[in-house]
Write a protein that binds this ligand. Structure first.
Ligand SMILES: [Zn+2]
Length: 69
């Protein structure tokens, strides 16, 4: 019988998450270094922003398209 290492699987899964491609800010186009500044639209689309400021401006400009949090 061959052994299966569950820890190895976990490490692989983490590696995949870590190598996720960086997104560009949906307002100013800068690379999003910190995740967490995101908004969901009523269309189901998810927008990412580089900072709280960009998120706030986008939310203000497209108020009726953004899902309330
Ligand atoms: Zn930005």
């Amino acid at each position: 019988m061959s052994k299966f290492c569950y820890y190895a699987i976990d490490l692989t899964a983490t590696g995949v998450l870590m190598s996720e491609e960086k997104k560009a800010c949906d307002l100013c186009g800068l690379t999003v270094e910190v995740s967490g500044f995101t908004l969901k639209l009523k269309t189901g689309e998810q927008k990412s922003f580089c900072c709280e400021g960009c998120k706030g401006i986008f939310q203000m400009l497209r108020e009726d398209e953004v899902l309330p949090e």
